[in-house]
Design a protein around this ligand. Structure first.
Ligand code: FMN
Length: 168
């Protein structure tokens, strides 16, 4: 198995399943110094005529600092057998642990960005837009109350998809 580069329009994945049910690892930083966190919120689509991915990251994540400093991030989707590894990366902080060491995931470099050899699908993204979500902008109160009562706001990061890789 090896990573093969694809065009975004060749993908057949269902974003609701891939993001919401399968989850993904968001990895930011450089191949030498990076951090990954599990996400199940996000979007895939088109903006400014570019195929793009949007991720939502709370400010208290260790990954947040890496995202703020860097210009590239990866979105990595894994086979079901890595669910436990993703659960670990979503419940421990890179502030305290080495997630690759603890999960056994193998960091690799793709187009100058960090991802993992075990991923089945990787988006290499260029950060083109980042904006703090603003609680004054909620039109309904349900989400504001449910998700921001005690936790910090999310910042949204729109990444232009520079490359998509799948394992073949
Ligand atoms: C299934 C799952 C989905 C998650 N989705 C998100 C998300 O979309 N955005 C976010 O900010 N945190 C999300 N989290 C929480 C982070 O992954 C978690 O706080 C993680 O420990 C942060 O790691 P870090 O401090 O090393 O960045 C999710 C956690 C899990 C288990």
């Amino acid at each position: 198995m090896a990573f093969v580069k694809k065009n975004p329009d060749e993908l057949t994945c269902n974003p609701f399943e891939t993001i919401g049910k399968d989850w993904f690892l968001l990895t930011a930083g450089t191949p030498e110094a990076f951090n990954s966190m599990t996400c199940s919120w996000g979007a895939m689509g088109v903006i400014w005529n570019d195929p793009s991915v949007t991720a939502y990251v709370r400010m208290n994540r260790h990954t947040f600092g890496f995202l703020e400093e860097g210009t590239t991030f990866t979105i990595s989707v894994f086979p079901e057998e890595y669910r436990k590894a993703l659960a670990y990366c979503g419940s421990h902080s890179g502030k305290d642990v080495d997630k690759a060491k603890e999960t056994g995931l193998t960091p690799v470099e793709l187009d100058g960005a960090a991802t993992y050899a075990e991923a089945k699908l990787v988006f290499v993204c260029e950060k083109v837009y980042a904006q703090m979500m603003n609680e004054d902008c909620f039109v309904t109160t349900e989400q504001k109350t449910a998700y921001y009562g005690k936790d910090p706001m999310h910042k949204m990061y729109i990444g232009r998809i520079k490359a998509v890789y799948v394992q073949e």
